[in-house]
Design a protein around this ligand. Structure first.
Ligand code: SF4
Length: 372
């Protein structure tokens, strides 16, 4: 079954490190945008079966619960949504309350992904986040008390002035919270962000690679000690709580995205919607809102498949590769797999191959070897 993604591009204020398609100060567009998304869904021609729905952003929790419900209603009329579907809403701690979570729950939302990033107020200020550590704690409890027990949080490490003790503190807080999934990322300063400008101006420096590696290891070991499994490069989950939606991206499963800048993949073509919100609102449901589209050639498809699958700890399953492409992995990438195995970056699994612990630290290098 496919996954459905809805992009909600609104934020109260742009975080200093953010290069996602999101915008602060345009909340007045919300209702018109929701109506446009519903029109785009209504105009979709291919009614498939779906078992995941993901509201990402931006900050989807800036929509009223009823607006999320309205979009779900239109999805349900157009697609066959599995009664046991995973329905996720990304939320920020400053826009989450128990009443809001309960209202989302009443519309069928059963998973919340909270953008916590850190439980240290100095780190949150540095990142330009508008919530406090206390709000982050409270938001997790509010969501749980409202009846949603599938809760994920995002955490960052490798921040300027962040110490190993601060990372350990974040992990200690995790222990006392009812969280069953976490995405832990080291900070990447992207071009075009306020943070990149500050870095270039010498306003701060980043921790060196050794310190970042130590923090990453601390996160990794703490997660394991708390009973989380490391199932994807940046993702940890308790048993049965992997993000079913995100796994579709890594397992080469089709997904359809609605809203500005939303990406879609149907197995042989990828496309992305336009990013201009007023244009999107004007065009949705009346004319195409696709901004760019590429047909994926066979060689490219096989490369994509491999480096996406390798993000998962279970890696590439040879039989699955063959089912998709009608040829064996060895016949196409046998030399690459052999060389990476000799370098200690890939290892055999019962069904195929995956990255070793060391390989995980050199993920981009490993992925690049699969691309001609
Ligand atoms: S809340 Fe998320 S999407 Fe919005 S600006 Fe911050 S990082 Fe970007």
């Amino acid at each position: 079954m496919i996954g459905l993604y809805i992009h909600i591009p609104f934020c109260i204020h742009k975080c200093l490190y953010c290069d996602f398609p999101s915008y602060g100060g345009i909340l007045q567009y919300r209702q018109a945008y929701v109506e446009a998304v519903c029109r785009e869904i209504d105009s979709w021609s291919d009614a498939a079966a779906a078992d995941t729905v993901y509201f990402g952003g931006g900050t989807p929790s800036l929509l009223e619960a009823g607006q999320i419900g309205a979009i779900l209603d239109h999805l349900q009329k157009k697609f066959t949504i599995d009664p046991a579907a995973e329905i996720t809403v990304e939320a920020n701690p400053d826009s989450m309350t128990a009443a809001y979570a309960a209202a989302l729950c009443s519309y069928g939302v059963n998973r919340i992904s909270l953008g916590v990033q850190s439980f240290n107020d100095d780190m949150l200020r540095f990142l330009g986040r508008i919530h406090t550590a206390e709000q982050a704690l409270q938001s997790v409890r509010d969501v749980y008390d409202a009846g949603i027990d599938n809760i994920s949080i995002d955490l960052m490490y490798g921040l300027p002035r962040q110490t190993a003790d601060m990372v350990k503190y974040d992990m200690d807080i995790m222990k006392i919270l009812p969280v069953c999934h976490a995405s832990a990322y080291s900070l990447i300063v992207e071009a075009g962000t306020v943070l990149k400008n500050g870095l270039d101006q010498g306003e701060f420096t980043l921790p060196d690679d050794k310190k970042i590696e130590e923090m990453g290891k601390l996160v990794h070991d703490s997660m394991h000690a708390m009973g989380f499994s490391h199932y994807e490069i940046s993702s940890y989950a308790k048993a049965g709580r992997q993000s079913r939606h995100n796994c579709k991206y890594w397992q080469y499963t089709p997904y359809i995205g609605f809203g500005v800048s939303a990406h879609s993949f149907d197995g042989s073509r990828r496309w992305a919607n336009i990013s201009n919100i007023p244009d999107y609102i004007r065009r949705a449901g009346q004319q195409s809102v696709i901004g760019e589209s590429i047909d994926i050639q066979r060689q490219r498809a096989m490369e994509d498949y491999c480096f996406l699958a390798l993000r998962l700890r279970k890696g590439i399953e040879y039989a699955d590769f063959e089912r998709h492409f009608g040829v064996s992995l060895q016949s196409v990438f046998g030399d690459v797999v052999r060389r990476l195995s000799d370098q200690g970056l890939l290892e055999k699994t019962g069904k195929g191959c995956c990255m070793t612990e060391e390989g995980l630290s050199y993920g981009n290098y490993v992925f690049s070897r699969f691309i001609r």
